[in-house]
Ligand binder design. Structure first.
Ligand SMILES: Nc1ncnc2c1ncn2[C@@H]1O[C@H](COP(=O)(O)OP(=O)(O)OP(=O)(O)O)[C@@H](O)[C@H]1O
Length: 576
């Protein structure tokens, strides 16, 4: 699916909408703080001048000014720190919410082709990197214009020559990051791209450790990680040396600026047009004009990284919504399902579903059968509205087109146990109550009993309070499936979808699963995707999906007896 352009920095600015007051305060406080520092430095220079020239009558007034300005600057710095970080954290929170929204919209595609570890980096590290932008960059840029301008005006007042000597240096220093801007952007982009891959590989190494060890590939994978890590290291080195070059040029130009200013001031001093009283002030104003610009060039030297991070974030934030969530039809009372002339294909591929029609009555258990890749899971994804059917077709629930309901309302009516069950790292009870956080212990146990999971859960030392481990690693595939079924049943949704829920079960577990299924008979509308004949036999009716349509429809026994495509499929499964 096509995405809008990823203007990284403009995207970051877009996030500021609605926070302009806080932004204005951050900029004003930043400029006042820099201005205060410059004024303190200027007064100090003046005091030194007074001391050197012996005009001590001015000293008390100058000291009073210094005290007032020091207090003012301290107060403004405190205000700036408070406001700018308040702004930054508010915006980062907004940004992170937008990232999570984007990730949710991109499911089940695994966001725009990016890998899991990479996405985690975007949602955490990249988002945090933006703190620098929101808290400092903007105010610093405004300060880098206002403060040097004030210093130049003060120098002009002392003697126009001083301002004229300093100005070209200020302009040169300010442009240094632009000299290598393109290279900085490219380096930043490459570095973050490679870092993202390294994070994703590391996450994969951790998750796939057992498979790698069993296949004797741990060392090879580690070598791959090491290679990537070295590549990131050398990119960071190149990035660092470019930044270092910029710093060196900025330092050299700054030193040149001060030397030129000293030379000009000395000339004016000898010509008698500048009093020695002002000499320290001239130097201080020169330094004060340079400092904010030097600060900005240092931030700007990291702009490549910032821009690349912002672009990665905006790619997710701007991920287009796959389906429109604008329906508001009331939830239907009946829970029969009807698929009418459903066409659907992924992107440019040949349509997976080609005018499929079928109905499922309330309380019926219907099994969807078909060879691998026939489109069974796709049909379920359409029912859950991860995608919408192509124009012309429709899916209705209780007579209501599912597109006319809100996604939340629709998904409250459907519980789904996917092929790959995900258990969170928490207790068994917490995992079961995921879709209904207020469920009581008794309700959790009832659901587990119905899902035939109560037996093995209560045999655990801590029962329902036992930890599931990372991704439910302490349980077998079949046990994970039954915990997931309990989770789905607890929501009380009237429609239940079980996608290959019995695929990884052994004989004993499969029988438990069938008992669970028979408990649901007439209580829920159940759509079951299955391959195993024993499971298919549990269904009231079988729909055989082939070439994008329902090719056969009937009970297991009737379809077997007819000796058609279903019978052939079962024969093939038995032979395998
Ligand atoms: N997200 C996707 N993007 C592109 N193509 C996809 C996507 N998901 C599935 N497909 C393709 O659509 C077709 C149907 O896939 P689907 O997963 O619905 O089949 P299935 O009948 O559930 O298969 P299985 O029994 O192996 O789970 C396959 O050719 C598959 O490659």
């Amino acid at each position: 699916m096509k995405q809008r352009g990823h203007g990284g920095i403009t995207g970051l600015l877009r996030m500021m909408r609605g926070r302009y007051r806080l932004l204005a305060m951050a900029v004003i406080s930043g400029v006042l703080a820099q201005g205060g520092t410059l004024a303190c430095m200027a007064i100090s220079g003046w005091i030194v001048g007074i001391a050197v020239s012996g005009e001590t009558a001015l000293l008390p007034r100058a000291c009073c000014w210094l005290v007032v300005l020091v207090l003012f600057t301290a107060a403004v710095r405190w205000w700036q720190a408070w406001v700018s970080h308040d702004l930054a954290f508010a915006l980062i929170e907004k940004l992170q919410m937008a990232i999570f929204d984007g990730l949710e919209r991109s499911a089940p595609d695994s966001a725009s082709g990016q890998r899991l570890g990479d996405l985690a980096t975007v949602a955490t590290a990249d988002a945090e990197l933006m703190e620098r932008f929101y808290a400092h960059t903007l105010a610093d840029y405004v300060g880098a214009i206002v403060v040097p301008l004030a210093a130049l005006i003060a120098l002009w007042q002392l003697d126009p020559l001083l301002a004229c000597v300093l100005l070209p240096f200020l302009l040169l220093v300010a442009t240094v990051p632009a000299w290598l801007a393109r290279r900085a952007a490219l380096q930043g982009q490459q570095m973050m791209h490679e870092q993202g891959h390294l994070n994703a590989d590391t996450a994969e190494f951790i998750h796939g450790q057992r498979e790698l060890a069993a296949l004797g590939q741990s060392a090879a994978f580690m070598q791959r990680l090491l290679k990537r890590s070295r590549r990131v290291g050398s990119m960071q080195q190149r990035y660092g040396s470019r930044s270092g070059l910029e710093f060196a040029v900025v330092d050299a130009l700054s030193a040149g600026a001060l030397l030129a200013l000293i030379a000009a001031a000395s000339t004016l001093l000898h010509a008698g047009s500048l009093s020695p009283l002002w000499l320290p002030l001239v130097l201080v104003l020169g330094v004060g004009a340079l400092l904010p610009i030097v600060d900005v060039t240092q931030t700007a030297s990291q702009l490549g990284e910032l821009r690349a991070g912002a672009a990665r974030i905006m790619r997710i934030v701007d991920y287009p919504a796959r389906v429109k969530d604008s329906g508001s039809a009331p939830s239907p009372e009946r829970h029969d399902l009807a698929f009418s002339a459903v066409w659907f294909g992924y992107a440019a591929q040949r349509p997976v579903l080609q005018g499929l029609s079928a109905t499922i009555q309330p309380g019926e258990i219907v099994a969807l059968a078909g060879r691998s890749g026939a489109g069974k899971s796709t049909l379920v994804h359409l029912l859950l509205r991860f995608y919408d059917v192509d124009d012309g077709g429709a899916i209705t629930l209780g007579g209501t087109d599912i597109r006319s309901m809100s996604l939340t309302a629709l998904r409250q009516l459907i519980s789904w146990v996917p092929q790959e069950v995900y258990l969170f790292n928490g207790t068994v009870a917490d995992n079961i109550r995921l879709g209904r956080p207020d469920a009581s212990t008794q309700q959790i146990e009832e659901a587990a009993k119905m899902a035939q999971a109560h037996g093995f859960i209560s045999a655990l030392a801590d029962g329902y309070d036992s930890d599931c481990g990372d991704r439910g690693s302490r349980f077998s595939g079949g046990q994970r499936q039954r915990i997931a079924i309990a989770r789905a049943l607890l929501t009380g949704a009237p429609v239940l979808i079980l996608d290959e829920a019995s695929a990884s079960l052994d004989n004993e577990n499969e029988q438990a699963f069938h008992r669970a299924l028979s408990q649901l008979r007439e209580k829920r509308t159940v759509l079951l995707i299955a391959h195993r004949p024993a499971t298919l036999r549990q269904a009231d009716r079988i729909l055989l999906l082939e070439n994008g349509v329902i090719a056969e429809n009937g009970t297991h026994d009737a379809l077997l007896a007819s000796g058609g495509k279903y019978a052939a499929l079962i024969k093939k499964v038995a032979a395998d």
